[in-house]
Design a protein around this ligand. Structure first.
Ligand code: F6P
Length: 470
């Protein structure tokens, strides 16, 4: 049977540039994120990935990556500042995350966003063979579906939003809200992480654009656009296999020993982002130490913080605040040679080290104020092959709608957060493994392959362009 060609369009290509000690430059598959999510699906198809390399002012010819053609879209320094740091990450990101920080509006950022979206649409139009399926990803590229439809009416167009999609009250702040909605409506299927995002989108189409809506369908210019929820996931089998490796098991034991063999290890792993609730978590921990409900000699917290979008003001301020809080906790509660919080930043964490940390951690704290999904939560669950480990999970992470057996918390409620953490530290092994077993069952049945397949099957139904074979 002839397979349909698939073109993935995302802001980033799934490669990073590395420079060897002898100065040789190489492009390597990047860890985590969308790449790992799509990789299992892509290498079975005739696939092309259209995206940016992460380096400005270059668009190199790139070798194929495990059978996937890579096509680089260039971004200039100005595009990077105005489209990526500006409109995508200082306007849309905070607004879509419940305006956790104040969104910033500048008209020139919008001009750049349009210009760069057009460039991506043109690159996708060139890369797509006749009748291909084009799958566009995330908030950076919301205008691409309609632009691409104008250029290539023969292709099937899917869009998936990886971050939350906000309620009308917030979205309506956007000065160019209609253009963004019409941009997305160029797709045959607009997918979200959960039903809330899908509902918000159909409500906006009706309320702001006045379009006929019968959830989950919207009619626009005589076409029907389907809307749906497709919770993203991880490669469970891959994570489990990694977690079972001898070197990971040995490294986990070594980490425990290096931390002074505490009774309990609490772990946080986050991109350094103000949406992740890192400060709330640290504050709860400090108060527990101060109240004497948690003791440094029994319990250790490890916080891995991955620097992100470092030139954006909100991120710089957050980093200072987090580091001040860590300093304060260690100053008040640490002793010589014994830290209360081990704060790890700017260290390169390969997947093996991360898996060892997951395996060493008795409690994983994931406390975002808002998060589209949070795949770290699912990675933790997958790595607990011995069916132990407690997951504290914010109700405001997409993952909470699926991992209902986690210890769910409202990260704004400091007392609730403290009580839940103590509950986890004191929980019996029976309760902990019962919860973990249920969560593992869920992630196994809903892994990343299931996610991609259910999305692509729905896209096939929605587009009415015939059977999709991948
Ligand atoms: O969906 C959010 C996201 O764009 C992920 O795809 C990505 O891993 C993360 O945010 C960091 O994004 P970036 O470094 O490209 O701004």
């Amino acid at each position: 049977m002839r397979r349909n060609a698939l073109v993935v369009v995302a802001n980033r290509l799934p490669v990073d540039e590395t420079v060897a000690p002898d100065g040789v430059r190489e492009w390597r598959r990047s860890p985590g994120g969308l790449v790992s999510a799509l990789h299992p699906t892509l290498h079975h198809t005739q696939a092309t990935w259209v995206g940016w390399t992460g380096v400005t002012d270059v668009a190199p010819e790139l070798p194929d990556l495990a059978g996937v053609r890579l096509r680089a879209v260039p971004l200039s320094k100005l595009d990077f500042e105005e489209y990526y740091e500006g409109f995508a990450n200082s306007t849309l990101w905070p607004l879509y995350h419940d305006a956790t920080e104040q969104p910033v509006y500048h008209r020139r950022w919008w001009e750049s966003y349009q210009r760069v979206n057009r460039r991506f649409a043109e690159a996708a139009a060139e890369a797509a063979p006749p009748n291909a399926t084009v799958w566009i990803h995330d908030y950076h590229l919301q205008l691409v579906p309609a632009m691409l439809r104008g250029l290539r009416p023969d292709v099937r167009i899917g869009f998936f939003m990886h971050i939350p999609f906000p309620p009308a009250e917030l979205f309506m702040q956007l000065p160019r809200r209609n253009d963004l909605l019409y941009g997305l409506l160029g797709a045959d299927l607009v997918g979200f992480q959960d039903q809330y995002g899908a509902r918000n989108f159909t409500q906006l189409a009706s309320r702001v654009l006045g379009l006929p809506v019968r959830h989950p369908e919207i009619e626009v210019n005589g076409r029907v656009v389907r809307v749906g929820a497709f919770p993203n996931s991880i490669d469970m089998a891959d994570m489990e296999a990694l977690a079972r490796r001898d070197e990971v098991v040995r490294r986990a034991a070594q980490i425990r020993e290096d931390l002074g063999n505490p009774e309990k290890i609490i772990l946080g792993v986050d991109r350094l982002d103000y949406t992740k609730g890192i400060e709330q978590r640290l504050k709860a921990y400090r108060e527990l130490l101060s109240d004497g409900r948690v003791k440094v000699q029994d319990t250790v917290m490890v916080q891995v913080a991955v620097p992100s979008r470092e030139r954006v003001e909100h991120y710089r301020i957050l980093r200072d605040r987090v580091e001040r809080e860590v300093g304060r906790i260690n100053g008040e509660f640490g002793r010589v040679g014994v830290a209360a919080v081990h704060y790890l930043i700017n260290q390169s964490f390969d997947r093996t080290e991360l898996a060892a940390l997951y395996r060493a951690a008795d409690v994983m704290m994931i406390t975002p104020l808002r998060d589209g999904m949070n795949l770290v939560a699912k990675e933790y669950v997958a790595s607990r092959v011995d069916v132990t480990g407690a997951l504290v999970l914010s109700e405001f992470a997409g993952a909470a709608t699926e991992l209902t057996d986690a210890y769910l918390v409202n990260p704004h409620d400091l007392d609730g957060l403290k009580d839940t953490l103590v509950r986890c530290l004191e929980a019996g092994t029976g309760d902990i493994s019962r919860r973990m077993r249920m969560m593992r069952r869920h992630v196994r049945a809903h892994d990343v392959r299931a996610w991609a397949q259910s999305y692509l099957a729905a896209l096939h139904d929605a587009s009415g362009l015939g059977r999709l074979v991948l």
